[in-house]
Design a protein around this ligand. Structure first.
Ligand code: AMP
Length: 369
């Protein structure tokens, strides 16, 4: 694990008047670059050559310059890391960046200052650690069944690392579980799927940000929690299956499998009494992170939740960095961000604002690792 000390030393060599903000050209990069430009930073895109023309087409959000990589993992090459540090770059990690390069590689080999707490990568990417974090936070989570024989309600069966919820399926009993596993030629011992209670309700993805600097939002210990907006993911084909009105048996006969591939995001605003509940969930997640991996979560994160008809909120996962759904509020911002800042505050701009505040207060090392 690259130590905090090593990154702090590297950061101390940076020219603070020439900091650039860098990220991998995918996921929420336009949102990040646009926000960085608004806050007057230079921007650097790590990009596969085939993607470059499409980023160039967005003249007001494209990066000022590029590091070209054939594969995302090549950003680990020494010459690419050196290019980033020579340009005083702070890298903003996003979901695709972490997935393509690998949390482990970023922890062990990526000697470039990153926005946030590098320690969070392990807590986000390891299923057991996520569970421990959620448990420590003491927030409601869907019930999990270690033993398929205990399944007594509608459950969703998830496979670890399944991209976009591929191969997830529903079961109501142990019998259905074993039958379905057999049909899919999957060995329960080898694949060790998570069998989770299916929570019926509405999904909310709150865009949270924790800062030790901002003095805006909700005070928590030595920092501040903001909620800048919410979105709901559009998942194909599950969101539209009801339109054809077929039973699961009929779908199976037609070889149609349910899938949860995220294809977009929609704006969503919770009823006002839920805002307090979401702040409470955010607070518990922040406090647990400070216990488990001090100084805890820093910058953007998102508890993935479902709100039931009784207004109980269940969190089934935490994304511990910027989520792609924040892009839907760029550049004009969501109401919540405006109510906190008195100006549009989309997440890309918020990240850049935090880096700017870190530079101005001489506390960059409190928000970078
Ligand atoms: P995940 O890979 O855990 O993010 O799950 C993918 C999708 O499955 C989510 O975005 C939800 O639409 C759905 N989902 C996951 N877990 C649950 C659950 N326990 N109850 C209801 N829906 C769920």
């Amino acid at each position: 694990m690259i130590t905090k000390d090593t990154i702090d030393k590297l950061l101390s060599t940076y020219d603070k008047s020439k900091i650039s903000i860098a990220t991998y050209c995918s996921h929420s990069a336009l949102n990040i670059f646009h926000g960085a430009k608004e806050e007057k930073f230079k921007t650097l895109g790590i990009c596969q050559p085939k993607e470059e023309p499409f980023y160039e087409a967005f003249q007001k959000a494209r990066p000022d310059s590029y590091i070209r990589v054939e594969e995302p993992k090549n950003m680990l090459f020494q010459e690419n890391q050196r290019f980033l540090t020579r340009n005083n770059a702070i890298v903003v990690p996003h979901g695709s960046f972490v997935e393509y390069v690998g949390a482990r590689n970023l922890e062990e080999e990526f000697l470039v200052p990153m926005q946030g707490n590098r320690k969070v990568l392990a807590w986000e990417s390891d299923r057991e650690k996520q569970k421990q974090w959620l448990k420590e936070a003491g927030i409601k989570t869907p019930k999990e069944f270690e033993n398929p024989d205990d399944v007594d309600r509608l459950c969703i069966v998830k496979f670890h690392g399944a991209k976009g919820g591929q191969d997830f399926f529903f079961v109501r009993s142990n019998d259905e579980f074993y039958k379905e596993m057999k049909r899919r030629k999957k060995n329960p011992e080898k694949t060790k799927p998570t069998i989770q209670e299916y929570v019926l309700g509405s999904r909310f993805y709150p865009h949270m940000h924790f800062s030790p600097l901002s003095e805006k939002g909700l005070r928590i210990n030595d920092g501040w929690l903001e909620i800048l907006g919410y979105d709901q993911r559009m998942e194909s084909n599950i969101d539209e299956l009801h339109r054809i009105g077929l039973s699961r048996q009929e779908l199976r006969e037609l070889s149609i499998a349910e899938s949860f591939t995220v294809v977009g995001n929609r704006p969503i605003i919770p009823r006002e009494k839920l805002q307090a509940k979401y702040f409470a969930i955010g607070k518990q997640i922040v406090e647990a992170s400070q216990e488990l991996f001090p100084p805890g979560i820093l910058g953007p994160f998102c508890p993935e939740t479902i709100c039931t008809k009784d207004l109980d909120i269940y969190t089934f996962e935490i994304s511990a960095r910027i989520v792609a759904g924040t892009s839907m509020w760029s550049p004009n911002g969501a109401p919540e961000g405006y109510y906190i800042w008195g100006e549009p505050m989309p997440m890309g701009k918020r990240i850049a604002r935090e880096i700017k505040m870190g530079i101005e207060t001489g506390r960059l090392e409190d928000i970078i690792y």
